[in-house]
Ligand binder design. Structure first.
Ligand SMILES: *Cc1c(COP(=O)(O)O)cnc(C)c1O
Length: 417
C-alpha cells in the first residue's frame, strides 16, 4: 500500500504528506506512481497480447498519469476530442485509442479520423451514418465497433449503471443485427468489433460474465451472417473497496473471460479500466479551517469543497477520511466533515470519529479516480494542485490555478453596449 503511517505520520510512498502540503498548499491531490503501476500490472500480467487494455481517461486525465500509463504500454479509452488531445500530448498514440461516448460531434469525429484513431465505439445508427459521411469526405475507412447494451443489472448506483435498456448508452441487443447490416453496407466503415460497458464500481465478476455471454451470442449470430467480428471490448467498471467491501478478484475474471473467448475463436479481447487503475492511487489532502461543535451535530469545516471532489455530493459516495498526523489518546468526537461551498450537499463524510482542530490536515482516501477530473470552479474556487510521488521524490504535475485565470476570457460590456 502506498499511503501508510510511519508512527503517527501519513506518508505517500516515502514522502511525508505534511511536507507535501507545506510545499504545495491545500487542497492537494497526491498520487502514487507505484500504486498506479501496480494496479496496471494487476491487469496486464493476466492479459497477454493480442488482447488489449485501454485506460479510461475520464477517471484521471492528468498528463503525468497518462504518460506513466503510456510508458507501461497502455492504450486509452476516450469520450471526447479533448481527451484525445490530452492522450497525444502525454505521449500516447491515436492507434491505441478507442473513442467511446454517446454524443460525438462532427469536429470530434473528423479530428479522430485525422489522427488515425484505433476504433470508434459507436452508440447509435445516427452516429454510424455521421461517421460514414465524414470518412467518405476524407476518403478514409473508419474502424468501427458497435456498443451494444447487454441489458444486465450491474447492481450499482443508478447514476453509474449503464447497461440497462432504460438508459441512454449503446444500441439495444435486439437492434444490433440490423445496425450491423446497415454498417456493412456503408463503404467507408470497417465493422470489426462489438463493445459494451455495463456500469461502474462493480465488485463481483458475475454481471461482467453474464454480459460477456450475451456478447458472445451476438458475435455468433453476426458471424453466421458473414460479418467477421474480430474484437470484443468488455469496457470498464471494475470496482474498488471504498469502505469495507470485498475486493473484486480481477485475475479470475480476466482468465475466465479469455477461456470463454477461446471457445469462440479468432477474437481479440479489450478492457477499459479506469477507477481500478487510479482510484486507490490518490488522496486529497485538506486543511481544517474550523471546528464548529453544535447541539445536534459537530462540524469540521475543511478547505476543500464539493468543487474539488464531487463524489460524495453526486453519488453519496463513501470516502475514508483520516488524520495526516495521528493524535494518540485523545477523544474522537463524532463529526461531519464539510466544505466551504454554499450548498448543503457540500460534504465529504457524515458521522465520523475524528479528533482534529483548526490547522490540522486530513486525507480523503481513494480520491484518485473521478476526483480532480470532476472538479469545477464553483464559488470561484481555483482548482487544487496535483502532485505525483515516486519513492522520495515528489513532482508537481499540475499547478494550483491562479485566481485571475478563473475569469480569463470574460469581458465586461463596453460603454456603448
Ligand atoms: C467510464 C467508462 C469506463 C471506465 O469505467 P471505470 O468504472 O472507471 O472502470 C470505461 N468505458 C466506458 C465506455 C466508460 O464510459
Amino acid at each position: 500500500m502506498s499511503f501508510t503511517y510511519k508512527e503517527t505520520e501519513l506518508f505517500a510512498e516515502q514522502c511525508a504528506v505534511t511536507e507535501l502540503a507545506k510545499t504545495h498548499g491545500t487542497p492537494l491531490f497526491v498520487y502514487s506512481k507505484a500504486a498506479i503501476t501496480a494496479n496496471w500490472q494487476q491487469f496486464s500480467q493476466h492479459w497477454p497480447a493480442p488482447h488489449k487494455l485501454c485506460y479510461a481517461v475520464k477517471a484521471n486525465s492528468n498528463l503525468a498519469v497518462l504518460n506513466v500509463l503510456a510508458r507501461l504500454g497502455a492504450g486509452f479509452d476516450i469520450v471526447s476530442g479533448g481527451e484525445l488531445a490530452r492522450v497525444l500530448a502525454a505521449g500516447g498514440k491515436a492507434e491505441d485509442v478507442v473513442f467511446s461516448g454517446v454524443g460525438k460531434s462532427h469536429e470530434e469525429i473528423a479530428y479522430a479520423l485525422d489522427q488515425n484513431i484505433g476504433c470508434f465505439n459507436v452508440e447509435s445508427s445516427a452516429e454510424l451514418e455521421r461517421i460514414q459521411h465524414i470518412a467518405s469526405e476524407k476518403g478514409v475507412v473508419a474502424p468501427i465497433s458497435l456498443r451494444v447494451n447487454p441489458d444486465v443489472d450491474a447492481q450499482t448506483h443508478p447514476y453509474i449503471a449503464t447497461g440497462l435498456k432504460a438508459n441512454k448508452f449503446g444500441i439495444a441487443m435486439g437492434e444490433a443485427l440490423d445496425v450491423f447490416r446497415r454498417g456493412q453496407a456503408l463503404e467507408n466503415l470497417d465493422m470489426r468489433g462489438v463493445d459494451c460497458h455495463i456500469g461502474s464500481q462493480i465488485l463481483t465478476p458475475q454481471p461482467f460474465l453474464d454480459a460477456a455471454d450475451r456478447m458472445f451470442n451476438l458475435i455468433g449470430t453476426l458471424r453466421e451472417e458473414g460479418i467477421q467480428i474480430t474484437h470484443l471490448d468488455m469496457g470498464g467498471g471494475f470496482g474498488i473497496p471504498y469502505q469495507h467491501e470485498e475486493k473484486l478478484e480481477v485475475s479470475g475474471y480476466l482468465q475466465e473471460l479469455q477461456r470463454r473467448a477461446k471457445e469462440i475463436g479468432n477474437l481479440t479481447l479489450m478492457l477499459e479500466p479506469g477507477r481500478a487503475i487510479v482510484g486507490n492511487a490518490g488522496i486529497m489532502v485538506t486543511k481544517v479551517e474550523y471546528y464548529k461543535p453544535g447541539s445536534e451535530k459537530n462540524f469540521l469545516l475543511v478547505d476543500a469543497g464539493m468543487n474539488d471532489l464531487l463524489r460524495p455530493s453526486l453519488y453519496n459516495a463513501y470516502h475514508d477520511i483520516v488524520p495526516v498526523q495521528r493524535h494518540q489518546g485523545v477523544d474522537e468526537p463524532l463529526v461531519d466533515v464539510v466544505g466551504p461551498v454554499c450548498e448543503t450537499g457540500d460534504f465529504f463524510g457524515h458521522a465520523r470519529h475524528l479528533a482534529a482542530q483548526e490547522g490540522d490536515l486530513l486525507a480523503v482516501m481513494n480520491a484518485g479516480a473521478y476526483g480532480f477530473t470532476m472538479a469545477s470552479n464553483y464559488n470561484t474556487r481555483p482548482r487544487a494542485a496535483e502532485v505525483m510521488v515516486h519513492g522520495e521524490t515528489a513532482s508537481l504535475i499540475r499547478e494550483r490555478e491562479p485566481l485571475a485565470s478563473l475569469w480569463q476570457g470574460e469581458h465586461v460590456l463596453g460603454d456603448d453596449a
